[in-house]
Design a protein around this ligand. Structure first.
Ligand code: ZN
Ligand code: FE
Length: 255
């Protein structure tokens, strides 16, 4: 029986996700920016929350965890390395761990860069990776704690997942990300097409998450640091992709 995924808009531009297993009734929530939209979605669906998975310590991802735990008695799963600055964890997990969610594997990936200790949850049975502020639709998180090389290693791990993986990221930043992408990669035909598609989605108020990893590989400039044309345009032909990534991240910070 397939897992059901719901994307929940929270706060101004955050996203949380619900993942539900019909057969067992188990439901996981990934990140808790605030509780009202999540409680509403749970009651609309008739689902009871059994687990909360947190990606990283920033308030806009965890500030509702304690209240949601109190109202649902869900268990909380998060990074062992970050336990000192996360809500109390029932299960502390580390890079490479595989835990069980209603009979389905969940793979824990360290994707540090935005923060040190940021993790992603990859659920092959749902074709989904919950990446929050690491790999995002058309972008990646700002480097608050890690350096460019650390983020590049994290993005490479995510880039090696199956290309049909849904990238379930943490924010609706896509239009701004596209504007930046156009400034560095405007002769990429896939980017031009995607810019039109995103504009159409946003015009009707639709979400641009989750996105497909295959689309990110073609159009997300932060994953295209390996692309020879893009490197050449930045005056970095033949450079180490990690250095090209660092240059692109720096340009975005100043954009
Ligand atoms: Zn964050
Ligand atoms: Fe965030």
């Amino acid at each position: 029986m397939p897992l059901t995924l719901r994307t929940i808009a929270c706060l101004n531009d955050n996203y949380a996700y619900l993942l539900h297993d019909e057969e067992s009734g188990a439901t996981a929530c990934i990140d808790v920016p605030e509780i009202e939209p999540l409680e509403r979605a749970l009651s609309d669906e008739g689902w009871s929350l059994t687990e909360i998975w947190v990606t990283h310590h920033h308030d806009d991802h965890i500030q509702g965890v304690d209240a949601l735990r109190a109202s649902t008695s869900a268990k909380v799963v998060g990074a062992k390395a970050d336990a000192h600055r996360l809500p109390k964890l029932d299960d502390a997990v580390s890079d490479g761990d595989i835990f069980n969610f209603a009979g389905h594997d969940v793979q824990v990936m360290d994707v540090s860069g935005h923060t040190i200790g940021h993790i992603a949850f990859y659920v092959p049975a749902a074709n989904a990776a919950f990446t929050a502020d690491s790999l995002m639709t058309m972008g990646c998180g700002r480097l608050f704690e890690g350096d460019a090389r650390t983020m590049w290693v994290s993005l490479q791990k995510l880039a090696s997942l199956p290309s049909e993986t849904l990238i379930c990221s943490g924010h609706e930043y896509t239009e701004a990300n596209i504007r930046f992408a156009m400034s560095v990669d405007s002769d990429n035909p896939a980017l031009l097409k995607r810019a039109e598609h995103v504009a159409a989605l946003r015009a009707k108020g639709a979400f641009t998450v989750p996105s497909l990893l295959s689309e990110e590989l073609e159009t997300n400039p932060f994953l295209r640091a390996t692309n020879a044309n893009l490197a050449a345009k930045l005056g970095m032909a033949g450079a180490d992709p990690a250095d090209v990534f660092a240059e692109i991240r720096g340009l975005k910070d100043r954009f």
